[in-house]
Ligand binder design. Structure first.
Ligand code: GCO
Ligand code: MG
Length: 405
């Protein structure tokens, strides 16, 4: 049995962007790390952990992962919610890390061992217009990617979700004390996107997997129309066509199109996925291992999804830290219905702060064989990157009405 937990601390750092992590230490000196980053609301999770959860962990047995999960979930009375679930997810990742280190095994071995040799991943190709998008697609294919998310600018709109400006890597959260406001026009998007994605398919040929993220912007009827229009493109998935808070309405989308749907990066519990899965309203679960209560909880969602032939394609933008990516890959290597991992990539500084055994090669990721999650954090380096407020943009229609970003 591992010794008791003697310390639980929160680390906040900004190697290229803000990250929050928890560090859990046992009496015999084992250290576990978990990702607690919630983009644009980082300090809320940091406080949740530091002020309310860390004190409860002291003296607990780190080996009792499930019991700790239940204690933090049921024990707080206030269920669900992104802040709570990200906090629980961070603790859960740290405890799996400790369990792996105590056993001298990578976490995927504790989950039943590998069911595949490597994990297919997709990355982002973005271009302000179609020629720039095709160049970006060529560039990511040259780096070996076989699955590509294509996002492009829309004529008449200055800023579009997922598209970088000025050649910099796309990063959704912008620095400052308040969010940037963007103008959005769904009709212009719907007129433009089928042609742009058809051009990408014509450019790459039939084989590479193509994905696209509509980022919660459409009504069910618009989503159905877009899905139909995109069928000739043969997408791997169309993501977040609607905000999906009204899940019944996805039946309308399903009635009209066979385009595979991926939903759920903003959902954090099995209960938010229950209807989506059991009514087969989606094909892919997008929850991140960090936001959805850790390995313990995402594994449950995967098990439910398996019954309904729904697969996992977890969220993996730069705001899901290299620690959470490690957790996702351990789960992915050991989970039969894990289909694909998003891999947006990180700033060089983030790779330095969060040393990781996971590696990318040839369009695939592998968690590596270091014990635990395979993460070491350079805390001295992390301390040099101070937190700065940054927010996701908000979107307004042309008449000024606030809409979904
Ligand atoms: C994705 C996501 C991200 C989110 C971001 C918000 O599919 O990768 O939609 O780009 O917008 O993670 O924090
Ligand atoms: Mg998305």
């Amino acid at each position: 049995m591992t010794d008791r937990i003697v310390a639980a601390e929160v680390l906040i750092t900004r190697p290229g962007r803000n990250y929050v992590a928890i560090k859990v230490t046992t009496a015999d000196g084992l250290v576990g790390w978990g990702d607690a980053t919630l983009n644009g609301r980082e300090l809320a999770v940091a406080s949740y952990l530091r002020d309310h959860v860390c004190p409860l962990l002291l003296g607990r047995d780190p080996a009792r992962i499930e019991d700790t999960w239940q204690y933090l979930y049921r024990g707080c009375y206030w269920r669900r919610g992104a802040v709570t679930m990200a906090g629980i997810g961070a603790v859960d990742l740290a405890l799996w890390d400790i369990k792996g280190k105590a056993a001298g095994m990578p976490v995927y071995q504790l989950l039943g061992g590998a069911v595949r040799d490597r994990i297919l991943c997709y990355t982002h190709a973005t271009g302000i217009d179609t020629p720039a998008l095709l160049d970006a697609v060529d560039e990511v294919r040259a780096r070996g990617f076989r699955a590509i998310r294509a996002q492009t600018g829309v004529p008449g709109l200055d800023k579009v979700y997922g598209v970088s400006s000025g050649g910099a890597a796309y990063e959704p959260a912008g620095p400052g004390l308040a969010p940037v406001e963007e103008i959005w026009d769904t009709d212009a998007y719907l007129r433009h996107i089928p042609g742009a994605l058809a051009a990408v398919r014509a450019h790459v040929g039939p084989e590479p997997a193509l994905l696209h993220d509509a980022h919660h912007r459409l009504t069910p009827n618009q989503a159905a129309r877009l899905g139909k229009a995109l069928e000739p493109v043969d997408l791997f998935w169309l993501e977040d066509v609607t905000p999906a808070e009204n899940q019944d309405m996805l039946r309308l989308v399903r009635r009209h199109t066979t385009v595979p749907l991926a939903i759920g990066e903003v959902f954090t519990t099995i209960w938010e996925f229950q209807q989506l899965i059991t009514e087969q309203l989606i094909d892919f679960v997008r929850a991140a291992v960090s936001h959805a209560g850790g390995i313990t909880h995402l594994r449950r969602i995967a098990a439910l999804a398996e019954v309904w032939q729904v697969r996992l394609g977890p969220h993996g933008p730069s705001d899901v830290s290299p620690i959470a990516l490690a957790g996702s890959l351990h789960l992915g290597l050991a989970t039969p219905n894990f289909a694909i991992q998003e891999y947006m990539g990180y700033h060089d500084a983030a790779h330095e702060v969060f040393w990781h055994s996971w590696r990318y090669a040839d369009g695939h990721l592998h968690p590596g064989d270091a014990p635990g999650l395979g993460i070491e954090v350079d805390e001295a380096l992390a301390a040099r990157f101070e937190y700065a407020p940054a927010y996701l943009p908000v979107a307004r229609c042309r008449d000024g009405t606030l809409t979904d970003w």
